[in-house]
Design a protein around this ligand. Structure first.
Ligand SMILES: [Zn+2]
Length: 451
């Protein structure tokens, strides 16, 4: 048990009201709404908790600032844990599907609602409060603590690497607690040791100079068909990417990774019910499902746009077709290299005319299971929640690679987000019991991180 446990229980009303205040300050990075206001609010919240805090900027002042926080340990000044979080949130739309106002921070029983309640303001408050309670209880923290709270996570963390490079010395640390962590339906925390990478591109096919009468389809090639044909050369029905050398650098799982993957639970039935699907890609079953989530690259059509899609019929041959594609990547696959392979593929297959716009790229990262930090977090989680699940990698993407590359510290994600907390969706919520437990768990991690 962490020394702060009883303080956590006693101070829950304060934790909840501070979280409500954060939720009620909209901070939608996609719309540049409330960003600076929210950054300042986080600084204020940290200062009230006893954390030295300030805003850090890049030379370009239009870039959202990061909130930096720091508490030096007197008892153990030789070890530093960094908390990486974000204060920005996803857009709240569609508005009509929210039961309450999206930034209400409304508490209803064990739930607190609002955009950002779980992702990521709920997670952030558990970190801040754990530090506050140590200071309250002992006047010290078990090890040095640093915070890096960014404001562009929901738009791809585009400047994180620049921040890490510019403030490398200030941010130096021995371990990173990642911004989120899931808790499954049986209240088991899922520790995740990695993240997949991402290559996000837009493909554009152009046809006639303007939309034409569709009777001319006998003469004019349709750009939507061009794109469909090009897409069909990129992925087979089993999800395998058909681009040459796509998997060239991909490493097989290590024995330890396989052993960990085999222990990861996955409720196939529940998952299918949740998404109302009857089967998985490649008809995956059993451990192949978990292997796919951890280590299968993807080629996903995120959006397709061309021609007339409003009500009724319009016989038109569109001038243009665009598609947005996200490729999830696994360790050793570098986005820029994969982009070159994609471009080469299109040329080789006769689609030289299709334009490829690079939108975003992030490499994958994975912390090795043998890292001592992994065991410390596993133990802390087990002591607090009663059990723990270790995941070799999350199926999602985040800028973990930049942290590993610049700070050279192991990263682990652990947190309070219920698996079905509707993050990025209407009626997002955080569970108060999980906020309580996670704050205790963070306390326990700090206590264990002394060596
Ligand atoms: Zn998010």
């Amino acid at each position: 048990m962490s020394a702060i446990n009883s303080v956590v229980d006693a101070e829950m009303p304060g934790l909840i009201s501070d979280l409500q205040t954060l939720i009620r300050q909209p901070s939608v990075s996609a719309k540049k709404q409330g960003i600076l206001e929210c950054a300042n609010l986080v600084v204020e919240t940290m200062r009230r908790s006893g954390i030295n805090s300030e805003l850090l900027f890049l030379d370009d002042k239009d870039v959202a600032p990061i909130v930096y926080g720091e508490v030096k340990s007197r008892s153990n000044p030789g070890r530093t844990l960094l908390f990486y979080n974000h204060y920005d949130v996803q857009p709240e739309e569609p508005l009509e599907l929210w039961k309450d106002e999206p930034f209400s921070g409304k508490v209803d029983g064990n739930y607190i609602y609002g955009r950002g309640s779980a992702d990521d303001k709920g997670e952030l408050i558990t970190r801040i409060k754990a530090v506050e309670y140590f200071l309250k209880l002992t006047g010290d923290v078990p090890c040095n603590v640093k915070f890096m709270v960014e404001g562009e996570e929901e738009i791809g963390s585009v400047h994180v690497e620049q921040y890490l490079n510019k403030y490398r010395d200030r941010l130096s640390c021995d371990g990173v607690v990642w911004e989120f962590g899931y808790v499954d339906a049986k209240d088991r925390p899922i520790i995740s040791l990695g993240m997949k990478g991402l290559l996000y591109v837009e493909l554009i096919a152009r046809g006639p100079a303007r939309d034409a009468h569709s009777s001319l389809a006998v003469l004019i090639e349709n750009p939507a068909w061009r794109l469909v044909l090009a897409l069909a050369t990129m992925r087979d029905q089993n999800g395998r990417v058909l681009i040459k050398d796509w998997y060239k650098e991909v490493q097989p799982f290590t024995g330890e990774e396989l052993a960990t993957i085999s222990k990861e639970p996955f409720d196939e039935k529940e998952f299918k019910k949740e998404y109302e699907i009857s089967k998985f890609v490649k008809n995956a079953k059993g451990s192949n499902i978990r292997k796919a989530l951890v280590g299968m690259p993807t080629c996903n059509i995120a959006g397709f746009n061309s021609g007339y899609i409003a009500e009724g019929a319009k016989t038109v041959l569109p001038a243009k077709a665009t598609v947005k594609i996200d490729f999830r990547l696994v360790p050793k696959m570098l986005p820029k290299k994969q982009l070159e392979r994609l471009k080469r593929h299109l040329k080789l297959k006769g689609f030289r005319d299709i334009k490829v716009n690079f939108i975003h790229g992030e490499a994958a990262a994975r912390t090795a299971i043998q890292e001592p930090f992994v065991k410390q977090v596993q133990e802390a989680a087990k002591e607090t929640f009663g059990s723990v699940i270790t995941s070799v990698s999350s199926a999602g993407t985040g800028p973990m690679y930049s942290f590993v590359k610049v700070l050279k510290a192991p990263c682990i994600s652990i947190g309070s987000t219920y698996l079905f907390a509707r993050i990025h969706s209407p009626n997002e919520f955080a569970r108060i019991d999980l906020l309580n437990k996670t704050t205790k768990c963070i306390g326990r991690i700090l206590e264990k991180f002394v060596s």
